[in-house]
Design a protein around this ligand. Structure first.
Ligand code: SIN
Length: 528
């Protein structure tokens, strides 16, 4: 069964909804999402949205914090766009009535998070920021924008000119073919590749896998951010304990209530995440338990209702003043290479939000910059598509050449445990080599025929595509930078500065820029 639309958006987080809101005034929009509209990292976001709204703060400070936290591995012009345009968009949302938490004088109450030099985190409902923002956007969306839930996109469709013109999806009712003038990937990240994660189980990096198989360029896959504080009960991660808790006075401690971030790490409870996550990982590897001491925080339940509820469900008693925490996967800095208009290296295919790699997060994202990324680039991409219009005439699909059988794969739990062990917070060459030998080859991942696979099989395959890209990138970057920590190469190496590991057409290359491209038919084409 074919569904035809002007613009197809795959995913339903903040970037998808922001784009839909702008686009629906001009075109017919179809959203397709893998699960419920509420199962996105955006909806789960606790901390908030970083934006410059106070007189003490300045855009230059926010830019400087972003670059420092990400170890200067950025596309700097995109960082400037993110902070400048993002701040303007947020100021408009505030004027428009977005219900953020406010002080008694009516000004927004601004939180503090890791690596921010100023209080600048806008939040809503205490720690329910994502939920409130997504509900606000959904409420604004017109009913003419169609939303199909519980359909997983598994193959992008290109026409005989190479333009992206649609996607195949699989849902409980079987396979569907969507055809569109513009196809937007807003599928989120890949935290669920790991056994300990803050992400929903559906965050399996599908958009990256789809784009890679279709031939789009992918980069920065070695940079997975681990959040230092996931609620840890019965040897499992149970959800996020926001960095805002430490911004409000929480302190990392061991079971004896001694501060963890001491010595070299003095006063660094709010250091960038790669530093705090490594410190907690090191303690736990030495057999210690790790906690956040919340005794300094008044009215915890009022400030952090989601976290209080999570603790209650898992029988963690807040009156004891200690929340057990451990690090886990949280945000992928890498993804499908896209410019500030969302354009990928495939004509009419766009990527926005966590699935995209625009170079704004560097080697380690600054806290609360991701919702800002979603609204900023979601809006810029939508404006570009409006300007371009819907003029595709060629919906004749290129012949499918995928003929290979499925290579051997790990089971889902095996893969997640191996990712944690071999591609986790710390990595080394021997482990990575051992792991990559057990994963399919880059070429074979492109050639496998996915026809007839069940949903769970498709998802497991997508996870292996993403894991393989991550493993190759982590082996290749022989240094430590940001979230990519190599115990055998513990220093940042100058020859790796401003070097990007880029995958395209089944090959991997190291490049001096994310955007070594020439213009072909108006779209950015990576050179290989
Ligand atoms: C948090 O609330 O700690 C997470 C915020 C983020 O990842 O930006």
């Amino acid at each position: 069964m074919d569904v035809k639309t002007d613009v197809l958006i795959i995913g339903s987080g903040i970037a998808a909804l922001q784009a839909a809101l702008v686009l629906e005034k001009h075109f017919q929009i179809q959203i397709v999402t893998k699960s419920s509209i509420y199962m996105s990292s955006s909806y789960r976001a606790q901390g908030g949205i970083a934006a410059v709204t106070s007189e003490e703060d300045h855009i230059q400070h926010h830019i400087a914090d972003t670059l420092k936290a990400g170890e200067y591995h950025h596309e700097k012009r995109h960082v400037k766009t993110l902070i400048k345009n993002g701040t303007e968009i947020m100021q408009n949302y505030l004027k428009d009535g977005l219900p953020v938490d406010r002080q008694v004088d009516g000004k927004p109450a601004l939180g503090l998070e890791g690596a921010h030099s100023h209080h600048r985190i806008l939040h809503a409902g205490g720690d329910r920021t994502g939920q409130i923002f997504i509900d606000y956007l959904l409420h604004k969306l017109s009913p003419k924008t169609k939303i199909n839930c519980y359909e997983m996109a598994y193959e992008l469709l290109r026409n005989t000119d190479g333009d992206c013109v649609g996607v195949l999806t699989k849902g409980e009712k079987g396979t569907k073919r969507y055809l569109a003038h513009h196809v937007i990937l807003a599928t989120g990240g890949a935290g669920a590749l790991y056994s300990s994660t803050s992400n929903f189980p559906t965050n399996t990096g599908d958009g990256i896998a789809l784009a890679f198989r279709a031939g789009a360029a992918i980069s920065d896959m070695e940079f997975m951010q681990f959040h230092p504080s996931l609620l840890w009960c019965k040897n499992e991660a149970k959800g996020l304990v926001s960095e805002a808790v430490r911004g409000a006075g929480g302190i990392f401690v061991n079971a004896q209530h001694q501060p963890i971030m001491t010595g070299l790490h003095a006063q660094l409870d709010l250091a960038p995440r790669h530093i705090t996550a490594l410190a907690l990982f090191t303690k736990r590897a030495a057999g210690e338990e790790t906690f956040i001491d919340i005794t300094n925080i008044q009215d915890f339940e009022v400030k952090f209702p989601t976290i209080a509820q999570l603790c209650h469900v898992h029988r963690v008693h807040l009156q004891d003043g200690l929340i057990p925490v451990a690090p886990g996967s949280h945000f992928l800095m890498g993804g499908v290479i896209a410019d500030d208009k969302g354009r990928t290296t495939i004509p009419n295919l766009y990527a926005v939000g966590e699935v995209a790699c625009t170079g704004v997060h560097g080697a380690n994202r600054l806290a609360s910059n991701s919702l800002l990324e979603g609204i900023t680039f979601g809006q810029k991409m939508a404006q570009f598509i409006i300007q371009k219009g819907c003029h595709q005439k060629n919906f004749l699909l290129e012949k499918h050449q995928c003929a290979d059988k499925m290579p051997p794969l790990f089971s889902k739990p095996q893969l997640q445990q191996n990712m944690m062990r071999f591609l986790g917070i710390v990595r080394n060459m021997d482990d990575l080599q051992h792991f990559v030998k057990q994963l399919p080859s880059l070429q074979s991942l492109i050639q496998v025929n996915l026809k007839g696979l069940e949903l769970a099989e498709l998802e497991l395959f997508m996870m292996h595509v993403v894991a393989t890209l991550m493993a190759h990138a982590a082996i290749t970057r022989t240094e430590t930078r940001g979230a990519h920590i190599r115990t055998d190469k513990p220093e940042m190496e100058s020859h790796w500065a401003s070097r990007w590991i880029i995958f395209s057409q089944g090959q991997m290359k190291v490049r001096n820029s994310l955007y070594e491209y020439h213009q072909t038919r108006g779209n950015a084409q990576a050179i290989f």
